[in-house]
Ligand binder design. Structure first.
Ligand SMILES: Cc1ncc(COP(=O)(O)O)c(C=O)c1O
Length: 424
C-alpha cells in the first residue's frame, strides 16, 4: 500500500520555512540533546544566548495572582472572555502606568489595545497599518524577528535598512555622527518613501537608543509624509540613564506615532503573555477588528491581575521602587559584562543604554565562529548576521539570564576570550 503524501503547505510558509529565525536556530543548537551530542557536559555550558530576564517579579504581583485564584468567583470570572481590546480597567491602569513611570501625558484607555504579548500585536499591527508591497525602514542592525513578521503579516513588504552601526569602527552612528545620520535618514526617506519607520528603544541587539534629535527628524519626516513612526518599547522599563524625551510622546499629540509594549521583560509571571499597543484611537479601533480574527481577546487572568497590581503599586509608590531595583540589578550585570569583555575579549563593543545585551566585534564571520566556539568552550553567544549586514562579524551577548549569577558572566567570557585570541 502506498502512503499518500500530505497536501502542499502554503507557498508563503514553504518559502519562510527554509529561512528560520537565526536566533531560534542557535538556541536549538544549545538544547540539551544537541549539547550532549557535541560531547559537552550540559552543566558546564554557559549561555549568553537567551533574550529573557531573570529577576523576580514584584511579590505584590504574585500575591495579586493568588488573590484572584483564591476567590472562587474571581477565579470563575478569570476564565471568561474580556472585550477584544482588553478589559477597560486594565487599559486604564496601563495608561496610568505610562504616565506614572514615563510622564506620558493625556493617555486614556482609548489609546490602548491589549494583546497576547508584543509578538502577536506586532503581527496584527503590521496587518492593520500596511498594504502588500509597501516599503518600511528598519535600523541595521535591529530585532531579527521583524523581517519574518513582515513576511507573514503583509506579503511583499520591501525593507530599506538604515545603517546605524559602522562595522569598521564599531561606532553607533546616531551618537558618533548625529548630523550625518540625520542626513542619511532623510536621504533614504525621500528616495524610498516608506510607509513605516520602525525602531526599538532600546533596540535588540545593540541596547542603544535612537537619540532624541534623530527621533525628532523621524517624527517630522513621517508626520509630513503621512507615514507611521513605530517604536518597539519591549525593553522600555530597562534603562541605565535618563530616557530620551520621546519615551513620553503621547498618541494624543502625535497621531502617526505607535508604541509597541510588552510585559515580558519587566514583570514576567506564570508564563502568561501580555502586551499592548499605544496609538491614536483610530488605530486602536482598527486593531479591534483584526484581533477579533486573531485572538478574540487577550488573557483574562493576567489582565485582572495586572490591573489590581498596577492600581496598588502606583498608589503606594512600590512600582517605581521595583523598576529602580531591577534596573540597578541589570546595570550591575551590564557593568560586569563590559568589564569581562574588555578584560578577556579585548574587542570593540557597545555600552548598553538599558536592556539585556551588548554586541561585540569579533573580527570574523560570526556564523562560522559561534558553533565552533560553542563546541570548543561550551559558551553560547548569538551570531550577529540575523540582525543585519552591519553586524556579520559581531555577536550578541545577553546578560539578562545571568543577572543573578554574574560570576558566570566572567567565567563564560574568560573561556570565550581565550578561544577567540587563540583562533585569531
Ligand atoms: C525588540 C523586541 N520586541 C519584541 C519582543 C517580543 O516580546 P513579547 O514577549 O512581548 O512577544 C522581543 C523579545 O525578545 C524583542 O527583543
Amino acid at each position: 500500500m502506498t502512503t499518500a503524501a500530505a497536501p502542499p503547505l502554503s507557498s508563503l510558509v514553504r518559502d519562510q520555512i527554509t529561512r528560520p529565525s537565526p536566533i531560534r536556530q542557535i538556541m536549538k543548537m544549545a538544547e540539551r540533546q544537541n549539547i550532549i551530542a557535541m560531547g559537552l557536559d550540559p552543566a558546564q555550558v554557559i549561555s549568553f544566548g537567551g533574550g529573557w530576564v531573570n529577576h523576580q517579579a514584584p511579590d505584590a504581583f504574585r500575591k495579586a495572582y493568588q488573590s484572584v485564584v483564591a476567590d472562587a468567583d474571581l477565579f470563575h470570572n478569570s476564565g471568561g472572555y474580556t472585550a477584544t481590546l482588553g478589559d477597560l480597567e486594565c487599559r486604564e491602569q496601563i495608561a496610568r502606568f505610562e504616565e506614572h513611570l514615563f510622564g506620558v501625558p493625556r493617555l486614556g484607555a482609548e489609546h490602548i489595545a491589549i494583546g497576547m504579548g508584543s509578538t502577536q500585536l506586532t503581527h496584527d499591527l503590521f496587518r492593520t497599518l500596511l498594504d502588500p508591497g509597501d516599503t518600511v525602514m528598519l535600523l541595521d542592525p535591529t530585532y531579527a524577528n521583524y523581517e519574518g513578521q513582515f513576511a507573514f503579516s503583509v506579503p511583499g513588504v520591501r525593507i530599506v535598512p538604515l545603517r546605524v552601526l559602522d562595522p569598521a569602527t564599531w561606532a553607533y552612528l546616531p551618537e558618533s555622527d548625529p548630523s550625518g545620520m540625520a542626513r542619511e535618514f532623510s536621504r533614504l526617506f525621500d528616495a524610498h518613501r516608506p510607509r513605516m519607520v520602525l525602531f526599538g528603544a532600546p533596540d535588540n541587539p545593540t541596547s542603544q537608543v535612537v537619540p532624541q534629535a534623530l527621533a525628532d527628524v523621524m517624527l517630522a519626516k513621517t508626520a509630513e509624509a503621512g507615514a507611521w513612526l513605530t517604536i518597539d518599547f519591549a525593553y522600555k522599563c530597562q534603562y541605565f540613564q535618563q530616557p530620551p524625551a520621546y519615551y513620553a510622546w503621547s498618541p494624543a499629540d502625535h497621531p502617526n506615532v505607535v508604541g509597541i509594549h510588552s510585559n515580558s521583560k519587566w514583570a514576567r509571571g506564570l508564563g502568561r503573555r501580555l502586551g499592548w499597543i499605544e496609538a491614536h484611537p483610530s488605530v486602536v479601533d482598527a486593531i479591534e477588528r483584526v484581533q477579533q480574527c486573531s485572538i478574540l481577546c487577550p488573557d483574562t487572568l493576567s489582565q485582572m491581575t495586572m490591573a489590581r497590581y498596577l492600581k496598588a503599586a502606583i498608589a503606594d509608590g512600590s512600582l517605581t521602587e521595583y523598576v529602580a531595583r531591577a534596573n540597578a540589578l541589570y546595570k550591575h550585570a551590564a557593568d560586569v559584562t563590559l568589564k569581562a569583555v574588555d578584560t578577556h575579549l579585548q574587542r570593540p563593543r557597545l555600552t548598553p543604554f538599558g536592556g539585556l545585551y551588548t554586541v561585540v566585534d569579533i573580527g570574523t564571520n560570526a556564523d562560522e565562529f559561534v558553533p565552533r566556539a560553542l563546541k570548543a568552550t561550551g559558551v553560547l553567544v548569538v551570531p550577529g548576521g540575523g540582525f543585519g549586514d552591519s553586524i556579520r562579524n559581531g555577536v550578541r551577548i545577553s546578560f539578562g539570564p545571568l543577572v543573578r549569577d554574574t560570576a558566570k558572566i566572567d567565567e563564560g567570557l574568560e573561556r570565550l576570550g581565550r578561544y577567540l585570541r587563540a583562533s585569531h
